[in-house]
Design a protein around this ligand. Sequence first.
Ligand SMILES: [Zn+2]
Length: 113
Amino acid sequence: MHELRIAESIVKISTKEIERQHLTGIRAIGVRIGALAGVNADSLLFGFEAITVDTPLAGVKLEVEEVPVKGKCHACQKDFEIKEFIFVCPHCYSSDIEISQGQELDIAYIETD
Ligand SMILES: [Zn+2]
């Protein structure tokens, strides 16, 4: 399961961050996930809960923020939001675009008491 691997890397990265900043009383971990990362938020939450049982992160809430996909058109230089995976510029209909946002998978914040 794709989401389980992602949950594992979230745990790994946040554990490192928690140790580095000497954080205690972790309440929640916020992650930003681009719509293109192909992650199912429910599966991710489930995976996170399953692998943090019996670890210092047990009971910590995972808060998932989904980031919409955005593109930039090389033909007319405009930025736009990509909906329903239609990779064409809505202004000039060029398909010469690049994805500027939507592939991220970041830890946004770690909330403590
Ligand atoms: Zn365009």
